[in-house]
Design a protein around this ligand. Structure first.
Ligand SMILES: [Zn+2]
Length: 60
């Protein structure tokens, strides 16, 4: 049988039609990976926020 390593936790998982979470070992790893993706997407989208000037309190 064909096996792959879960991209999330590197558990050896069988690559089979009945394994709907492949290439992940479990739904948890699949969701975690998707969550990481979503976070990255969110971070990139919000990255323009760093252009906002910070309050200048040098001469306070
Ligand atoms: Zn896993």
């Amino acid at each position: 049988m064909t096996t792959v390593h879960c991209p999330r936790c590197e558990t050896l998982v069988e690559w089979a039609p009945h394994n709907k979470f492949r290439p992940f070992c479990s739904e948890r790893c699949k969701l975690m990976d998707f969550g990481a993706w979503a976070n990255e997407e969110y971070r990139v989208e919000g990255s323009s926020a760093h252009d906002e000037p910070l309050p200048n309190v040098d001469e306070a």
